[in-house]
Design a protein around this ligand. Structure first.
Ligand code: SAH
Length: 382
């Protein structure tokens, strides 16, 4: 057995003795091959098979010796989540419920747009934060995802979308960590997974094509600055601490001034970082007045920023309503006229409950539904 290498998370492990190759970045893979008595360049060969060619059967990895292929199948595996539900929306959005282990399932959403395809992935089963407008918060927290489970969502989604013949046919061009969970509270696995996504022998996604969204775990934003150059999105949602304390309770620990200071710092980090995206969910009568818009523009004055207004996606039992389109437009104009690029996110997948955490929220009464979905899952698998 190879020692000193990350063990796969039992969640995705068919056999606890095997290493899931999907969780290893190039450095770890090279170390694995060296321990196996092989040359380190095997790592890039295997990464290419896994992520670019979509080949997951060692026997088909024809540029590896037969002996190595046998060794790999004895000691390692390529283990993906399983599809439990597959919801195609009329607008092309596709939302999946993926099963990890036991009762642990997560959501992954594909959003096709002109010239790009964005995959929204999860980083935790549930969430420890209790943002009052988010349905994931209602489900509590079960566990962190392993790097293999984070990368596995991309690999599985690529399979389900039809693996491309060539890199240029690739359907997933962007990845956003905006699904379930708080990525910065699962730091090591998330950073390892983003490393894999950026590797030229893997998906080769540039820093602009990976966006990590956080509710504002300030110390980890500073950490991230030292090890990564991905795009950062902040779930701001309010321009004063009193309101943000209620909407995004982690604000009580890391208030807005500290959060914005960490953002300024992040932009100054590695070369080429341009600006931070601030997400702002539009809640009727709560954070959507003209005065709120002016206050938002004011606090962002000294941060290179872009604002993304998100129409609130209601879910059963949610205490809020979405602001009217007129209100959202007026709010957008005020912030925009203050010199900050401001866009309203298009609502997608309304017919499939595509808001964060909604699908898993429905899972509590899923016993019958899962039978219904067997049919669509079979269709997907074939
Ligand atoms: N924990 C991370 C990532 C998950 S949430 C974060 O807070 O950024 C991803 C985005 O969806 C966040 O901006 C979040 O505030 C928003 N969101 C959550 N629930 C929503 C809802 N019901 N309607 C609209 N946006 C929502």
């Amino acid at each position: 057995m190879v020692e000193n290498l990350p063990r796969p998370d039992p969640g995705l492990n068919r056999s606890v003795d095997k290493i899931n190759l999907l969780g290893l970045n190039r450095t770890d893979l090279e170390a694995l091959f060296i321990e196996m008595g092989e040359k380190s360049f095997r790592a890039s060969q295997v990464m290419k098979w896994l992520y670019q060619d979509g080949v997951h059967d060692f026997a088909e990895m024809t540029n590896l010796s037969k002996a190595l292929r046998e060794k790999l199948s004895e000691q390692t595996e390529i283990a993906l989540p399983e599809v439990i539900e597959d919801h195609p929306s009329v607008d092309g959005t596709r939302k999946w419920l993926f099963k990890l282990d036991g009762d642990n399932s997560i959501e992954t959403v594909f959003i096709p747009e002109e010239g790009r395809g964005t995959l929204c992935i999860s980083s935790q089963v549930g969430c420890t934060l209790s943002c009052s407008f988010c349905s994931t918060a209602r489900q509590g927290f079960n566990r962190n995802l392993s790097a293999a489970e984070i990368v596995g969502q991309i690999v599985l989604a690529a399979q389900l979308l039809g693996w491309p013949e060539t890199q240029s046919d690739r359907k997933i061009t962007n990845v956003v960590l905006m699904g379930m969970g708080e990525p910065l509270l699962n730091f090591d696995a998330v950073v390892a997974a983003m490393d894999i996504m950026q590797d030229d022998f893997s998906f080769g996604l540039s820093k602009r094509r990976i966006t990590l969204s956080t509710s504002g775990v300030v110390p980890m934003i500073h950490e991230l600055r030292n090890v990564s150059d991905v795009s950062l999105a902040i779930s701001l949602h309010a321009s004063n601490d009193k309101l943000r304390d209620q909407l995004v309770p982690i604000n009580q620990k890391y208030p807005i001034a500290e959060l914005l200071a960490s953002c300024r710092d992040y932009v100054k980090g590695k070369a080429g970082r341009t600006r931070i995206t601030f997400e702002y969910v539009m809640l009727e009568g709560i954070n959507d007045s003209d005065a709120d818009a002016r206050a938002l523009a004011k606090i962002l004055q000294n941060v290179p920023s872009k604002v993304n207004l998100i129409p609130f996606n209601p879910f059963p039992g949610s205490p809020y309503k979405c602001s009217s389109m007129n209100r959202i437009n007026r709010f957008r104009d005020i912030v925009h006229n203050a010199g900050i690029t401001t866009v309203t996110r298009k609502t997608r997948g309304d017919d499939i409950a595509a808001a964060c955490g909604q699908l898993v929220g429905e899972v509590n009464d899923r016993t019958r539904r899962s039978q219904r979905f067997e049919i669509s899952v079979e269709k997907v698998a074939s």
